[in-house]
Design a protein around this ligand. Structure first.
Ligand SMILES: NC(=O)c1ccc[n+]([C@@H]2O[C@H](COP(=O)([O-])OP(=O)(O)OC[C@H]3O[C@@H](n4cnc5c(N)ncnc54)[C@H](O)[C@@H]3O)[C@@H](O)[C@H]2O)c1
Length: 355
């Protein structure tokens, strides 16, 4: 396949910590596509590490993290894919100066994110966070079109997700104090930031559902505040159990001269998914023609995961100064998430009932 993201000519070996669902479904398929060598894997559940290593032909399964730490050469990438709550403890064990790609979220809240950032600075890691939606082929294409000025000045980004998400697949979420924004909408917050930079503020409300009472929240509305001229809204509803007909899952960018709409098939009709779509409309000679479709090679899962790993490798090798998805950048995504929860807790403007 043709990759529209920069990848290293000589990829470093990868050592994986955590052999869970996302490593199986996305990391390893992506690395196979990109030709990134995976040399070792460790999980506290050895059976999971064994099974995944057998399926993807990983050279070595380690029974102890210490052994993997000892045997890995300095020019490697540590690919950490454990639940957010245990992330700091794992990072603490990695060698100073290491190249690290950690799964999102960067800790369970902004306090933890700041501690992780501090740890990364102290240990002089080249560290990135796996906000891979930035590198999904349809996002890369949209970014290129926007940078080329095809749709004029960006005025609006809308993310709309109405699907049925099988949260039961992620047992650790049942104990997590924060769920929807921290574990899902965070991707869209990060995506919006990657186009519009940091907002001045965030308004949000995130709610539970009677059928999933154990989960802290499963539906969110988030407004990222970019002032009076730009709108950035995220709507997610993971409890639409009424079949595929009215499920929705898209990112739409609108500009002064056109618009782009990317349909994210992976979230719909789970686990089968649907085809992605990519459509755009542009003004030509003062007039809008019809919407056009474009075929985009590759999807969010797994192709986007190539980009986030490539950034860490390129930075580790000195080919770029810092990963685009560096902890120094992503801390601002975590700050937006924190602001979203704070906004929800503060509540909306109270209505004066003395009318
Ligand atoms: N970027 C994405 O799109 C995306 C998607 C799904 C999950 N994730 C993130 O990836 C992380 C893992 O998610 P998952 O879906 O694979 O979960 P999972 O529950 O399937 O897997 C987690 C794995 O980590 C292992 N583990 C726990 N503590 C460990 C430790 N100290 N050392 C080694 N292994 C340990 C568990 O045994 C388990 O195998 C989460 O933080 C989640 O937010 C990211």
């Amino acid at each position: 396949m043709s990759l529209s993201v920069q990848i290293p000519d000589h990829p470093w070996p990868i050592y994986i910590i955590g052999a869970g669902g996302i490593v199986h479904d996305a990391h390893l398929p992506a690395y196979q596509l990109a030709g990134f060598p995976v040399k070792g894997i460790f999980d506290i559940d050895p059976a999971k590490a064994d099974a995944i290593a057998a399926k993807f032909g990983i050279e070595q399964v380690y029974a102890r993290l210490e052994d993997m730490l000892q045997q890995a050469p300095p020019q490697s990438v540590w690919d950490v894919a454990v639940p957010g709550a245990v992330l700091p403890a794992v990072l603490q064990q990695l060698p100073a100066g290491a190249a690290v790609l950690m799964q999102k979220p960067m800790g369970e809240n902004l306090v933890a994110a700041r501690q992780i950032l501090q740890l990364c600075r102290e240990k002089q890691f080249t560290a990135g966070v796996n906000f891979q939606l930035r590198y999904a082929p349809f996002v890369v294409e949209a970014r290129k079109m926007i940078e080329e000025g095809l749709i004029g000045t960006l005025t609006d980004i809308e993310v709309h997700v109405t699907v049925h998400t099988p949260w039961q697949l992620w047992k650790f979420l049942y104990e997590a104090p924060r769920v929807e924004i921290l574990y899902h909408s965070i991707h869209y917050i990060d995506l919006v930031r990657s186009f519009l930079g940091n907002p001045v503020g965030v308004y949000a409300k995130t709610v539970k559902h009677p059928a999933m009472k154990e989960l802290a929240s499963v539906r969110s509305t988030i407004i990222m505040d970019y002032g009076d001229m730009v709108r950035a809204n995220i709507f997610t509803n993971h409890t639409h159990v009424y079949g595929p007909r009215h499920q929705q899952s898209y990112v739409k960018w609108e500009g002064t001269k056109g618009a782009i709409k990317a349909g994210l098939g992976v979230l719909k009709n789970y686990p089968h998914g649907e085809q992605d779509t990519f459509e755009y409309i542009v003004q030509e000679q003062g007039k809008y023609g019809a919407w056009k479709s474009k075929h985009i090679e590759g999807s969010w899962f797994p192709h986007a995961f190539i980009g986030s790993m490539a950034q860490v490798m390129l930075a580790g090798q000195g080919k770029i100064d810092t990963p685009d998805n560096s902890v120094e950048d992503v801390i601002h995504t975590m700050a937006c998430v924190e602001a979203a929860y704070a906004s929800g807790e503060a509540g909306g403007t109270r209505i004066d009932r003395n009318n």
